[in-house]
Design a protein around this ligand. Sequence first.
Ligand code: 26Q
Length: 814
Amino acid sequence: MNNPPSPESFRQEFLDNLSAYQGKDLERANANDLYLALAHTVREHLVSRWLTTLSAIDRQDAKMVYYFSAEYLPGRQLNNNLLNTGLTEIARQALAEFNLDLDSLAEQETEPGLGNGGLGRLASCYMDSLAALGYPAVGYGIRYEYGIFQQSFQNGWQVEQADDWLRRGAPWEFPQPEEQVEIAFGGRTRHYFDENKLYCVEWMPETRIIGVPYNIFVPGFNSPLVNTLRLWSARATQSFDLQVFNAGDYVRAVEQKTLSENISKVLYPDDTTPQGKLLRLQQQYFFVACSLADILRFYLTRYPSDWSQFPEKAAIQLNDTHPTIAIAELMRLLVDVHKLRWDHAWDITRRTFAYTLHTLLPEALEEWPVQIFEQLLPRHLEIIYEINSRFLQDLRQRFPNDPNRAVRMSIVRETPEKRVRMAYLAAIGSHSINGVSGLQSDLLKSRTLADFYELFPEKFNNKTNGVTPRRFLYIANPRLKDLITSRIGSGWLSDLEQLRRLEEYVTDTEFCSAWHEVKLANKRDLAALIQSRLDIEVDPNSIFDVMVKRLHEYKRQLLKVLHIVTLYHRLRDNPELKITPRTFIFGAKAAPGYQTAKLIIKLINSVGDVVNRDPLVNGKLKVVYFPNFNVSLAERIYPAADLSEQISLAGMEASGTGNMKFALNGAVTLGTYDGANIDIRRLVGAENFFLFGLTADEVFTLRQGGYYPMDYYQSYPELRQTLDSISSGLFSPQHPEIFRSLVDSLLHKDEYMLLADYPSYIEAAESAAQAYADLRRWNCKSMLNTARSGFFSSDRSVREYATEIWKTSPLKIP
Ligand code: 26Q
């Protein structure tokens, strides 16, 4: 099926699939049936390309990239796969003949929410670019039965619901039960000498679990190659069934079976401060052990009992510490099962793994209580101890006069309880350690991992994040895509730096007004969505000031609230005041156990209720909070944004990737000197970016010298008025005290220094409003943001990983 089908044959395939998979005809089919039939039709067009890819990998004995990630956020697949099979127009025409509309069928798709936020979406952008660039790769992960919770608001409070994403059918996945893998947990180890007097260790586990892989095709834009996203689902073993069922207690046996299948049941909805939960460690080991078994099985068919080639044929990228147990598991497989000598196994392991860090917050570095480890993975704990003891020995040799170093760098922390520091295991057991933006990579070297940098400077490198322009510009913003393509052709889709050619149109008035019209039309679309979903009327000519991301104190949604409340008071105190009409748009989920974050959500909704209804405001300010922000909603929001809020405290946001998606869609950033904001500002030009706030160094110095938030409260009357009004219940007349704790914590601690940055934030936000008032000038800024964002393509990031870390090259497919 390499030649595109005619609309007629596509139509027939569609009808056949409607009949084969849904058991329906056009008359009886509902919208979901039609969507599923269409999805099956598209996926069939990927099968032969996928098979060709596998053969090419075999024939060329290609080096594989294995991306290990506990999270993926692929977004909806239909439009993406139509684009990458070149079938969009054919499908559109074919459906039109049945009076069906492609866009409304695409809306039927439930997106797989198998991740929390940035880290999971980055994994999916990288899978997209790997395929587009032709690098053979497998993304390994977990097929959670329930993804990130569905968020709604009740009386302004966040309410979570289970995300039953498989309910309406999952047309993109292929279960491969015959490729299942058995893995183990618990039990104990036995140490002995074998018949050749060789020291051996045997792990005698207590339970076994089966992993069933599900393949999802990952086609690339303009690329013959189709890669695989391979997600594992947990099943109870049959022998397990037999044993417990025969023991007589049928009901308990079924309960136990459910327990093992719980491993892939649900995604943990926290994206920092991981708590050491047994099930979470089980999930991590489960998917890592299944994936390594799969990788070794494949390698051994090519190189039976020859391990010398392994690091030349497999590069494994660890997406944060979540899959780090893979280092101990590969050591176990090589040493215990395949009987390699420790040093040999260690050399192979280190040359195979590379490690990406996505944080700077020390409290976000994963640690597991030794006791949990012992219970779940007794052999792995021994291996980690062995790795650690050899490491500490080397360390003492290199720094004989610094015994403290061993305490600081030990993989096993001793106080307050014994814990395994996964980041240290990853740093020691891999050949590359990378951050995700220039600033974060520098801070890793100078602070978070300074000791490790001193020890292995050659391992440290930076790979600035990127985003796929296919999903976040071409598909999400068809109007802008058409306008851009009308001037510079479509080469930018695979070579995003070509967007620079738009710079010459900055002086072209016709192009500028077309640019403006596109943004306005996108804003009208979003306004219509806001009207229909939230029943709020917003003015498409107001500035769309947008903050969408996870809810976190360090990201400072609360600072945005202080800005809104400040403007509100200005208007109330002076109803004649001329201000640029402004629509504040929020989207953010809070971890269900994160009380402060949930209170901030309630505050945003409460402020919205008051501001949106106040006749004195007269519609000049509107606050919109979309529930359930996810990839699909993001695709509708970025194209309509004027202003992109990236206001984390400097030194806190590792990179950010939403910031890149906004800039690519022509939004201007209002941001701090943090994460990739810094790179965005350098590239788009300081005059096209509204900067405010402390730098990471200033934050550091201020903290050291003693930070007194109360000083700001006393020096800035508007800040005082704002905080007092929140604290005293202006936005919560029924419960005047509910927000007091938020304000108190700002006045007495203010961990993320909102008050220190408040004055410069208000000022920068005001400059943005003034700049917006001059629409011609604003359009130039907008255009230049798009034109100069080519660097942020995930194609660039992936190419850097491939050449500098994985040492791999594209597959040749005729
Ligand atoms: C770990 C253990 C237990 C429970 C949860 C977790 C967990 C899960 C998800 C910890 C962290 C995450 C996700 C982190 C994340 O999304 N980080 C973001 O990664 C982006 C891509 O690099 C960056 O752009 C963001 O700056 C960073 O915050």
